[in-house]
Structure formats: C-alpha cells, structure tokens
Ligand binder design. Structure first.
Ligand code: G3H
Ligand code: ZN
Length: 284
C-alpha cells in the first residue's frame, strides 16, 4: 500500500522503530526490497536518487515505484533522495512521490532554510513529507574534499522551526559508500540534537557498511529513518560475479538476476531487522 511519508514517520515514532529506507534503480532492485519488507511484515521507504532518475527516466522509475508500493502487502512510502533542486522536488510532489528531500546542504544556512521552506509549502498541501539536510555528510553524494561538517544541535532546532521540514538528515560521522577507515559515529551529538529539536525525526545517511550494533545504537540515540544503498548494490554485484564465474556462457539475464535479487533481499532483511521495523506493518 502506498502511504504518505508523513504517515510513515508518524507510525515509526509511535511504534518505536526506525524507517528502513532503501534505494532502487530498476525493477529487480525494487522487487528484492519489497519482498524483504513483505516477508518481515515491515513498513518501508523506497527511494530514488537524482542519479537513478537520470539513469532510468523519471516516469519509468516513478511508475514502477508507485506500482510496487500500491501492490505491496505492507505500507510503502516513495521518497526522492537527495533532490538537489527545486524543480525536481516540485515534479516529484506533482507526479506521485509521497515524500521528498530538498538537499540544499551545500548552501549557507539561510539559503538552505529558504529552499526547504519553498518545497515544504507545496508538499504539505498534499500531505507529502519533506526531508532536509544540515551539515555535510561526506562520500559520493557531495564533495568529499569539503570535509565533514557535523550538524550542531542549536542549528538543527532553528532549521526545523524556520524551514517547516518533517525530518532532518544530520552529519554525525557516517558517509556515503565505502569507508576508508573505521566508522565513527558521534552518538552524543545525536542525543543532543534529538533533545534540542524536541524529539522531531532525524535521518541517518550513508549507513551501508556501518556495523549493525552501531546502527542500533544510533537509532537508540534518536534516529528515525535510516538510508541504505551501496551495500545492497555491492551484494547484488557480488552475486552476479559469482553466477558468471560458474556460468561463463550464460546469456539468460533472468538467471543472472535471480541470485542478485536474493542477495539484495537478504541485506534488506538484515537492515529492516536492525531498524526494529520487523512485524510493524499495520496492514492485514
Ligand atoms: O541517501 C542515500 C544513503 O545515504 C545511502 O548511503 O550508499 O552509504 O548506504 P549508502
Ligand atoms: Zn544520503
């Protein structure tokens, strides 16, 4: 069932779990993610990055996302991940997404607030949630040379108040994609931000390859939505490589895709469990 991001965030807060949010770029990824959520009876967020939209095409990605969500036996929100410009956010609001992210985190604070406020004004008329980002989460989504700028608790509160956003991605040590060294999360900072914003929803990005116990601890400190992408893709690619090594003459793409989907589903299930979203679907 396709649900609004606002409803998904509300249910997660009431049910004391974090929303697992997983990116897809094609039908097979989507089917693997939905299969994992259905098997565990978990609400889930499926998300499309701007790069995925460029790759698959806006309508195709939307149609398969909406179609999968409507047919799913669990609640599914369709989210725009790291939407960098107003036009794409507005297009997603207009054409079927139930949650968007206005990521203006590279802009100065006031300009970030202004950009998010503009999106929020339109999105809330349609019960669509808006995620924003404050601080700098390193890795592939941004300029890693800019260095990590962690989110400050007092800024986060003012940001929520002035932008009207529904959830906020915070920079607390995670980064997108592979980690060069050991992962370090500033748990104390999460706690301080959570308190400063009066319990409003916080989002953790770049959670692939973060040890599960660290993800669990971040959630305990106040994270309400957790984004996973690269780890699923990597698991899928590994399965494809394994299949091709054993079947070098294979030509039936379906046979190659099956192990990929199984591997991605397995990672998705692990992430759903660590979010404590298992069994939290309210659908019959
Ligand atoms: O916005 C997407 C996420 O933050 C995914 O990051 O690829 O490190 O899991 P990841
Ligand atoms: Zn991200």
């Amino acid at each position: 069932m396709l649900i609004s991001g606002i409803e998904a965030l509300r249910a997660a807060a009431e049910g004391s779990y974090a929303l697992p949010a997983i990116n897809y770029i094609n039908m097979e990824h989507l089917q693997a993610i939905i299969a994992a959520a259905e098997e565990l009876r978990a609400p889930i967020v499926i998300q499309t990055s701007q790069n995925a939209i460029d790759y698959a095409g806006f309508e195709y990605l939307r149609d398969i996302g909406v179609g999968a969500a409507q047919r799913a036996k669990v609640p599914v929100a369709l989210h725009l991940d790291h939407g960098k410009d107003l036009a794409l956010n507005m297009r997603c609001i207009r054409y079927g997404w139930t949650s968007v992210m206005m990521d203006a985190s590279l802009l100065p604070f006031e300009e970030n607030v202004a950009a998010v406020r503009e999106v929020t004004r339109a999105a809330h008329c349609l019960d669509i949630s808006v995620e924003a980002e404050l601080g700098f989460i390193g890795g592939k989504e941004g300029d890693a040379d800019a260095g990590d700028i962690y989110t400050k608790a007092e800024d986060a509160c003012r940001f929520f108040d002035e932008s009207g956003c529904d959830s906020l991605a915070i920079a607390v040590g995670t980064q997108h994609g592979l980690y060069k060294g050991e992962v370090k999360i500033d748990y104390q900072r999460i706690r301080e931000i959570k308190e400063a914003v009066g319990g409003r929803p916080l989002v953790l990005h770049g959670t692939s390859f973060v040890p599960l116990e660290m993800v669990a601890q971040a959630i305990d400190c106040g994270i309400n939505k957790v984004n996973f992408d690269s780890e699923l893709k990597m698991a899928g690619m590994k399965a494809i490589r394994g299949y091709l090594a054993e079947n070098p003459d294979a030509y039936d793409l379906r046979k190659m895709n099956r192990p990929m989907m199984a591997a991605m589903k397995e990672v998705a299930m692990e992430k759903i469990r660590i979010c404590k979203a298992e069994g939290k679907s309210w659908l019959k």
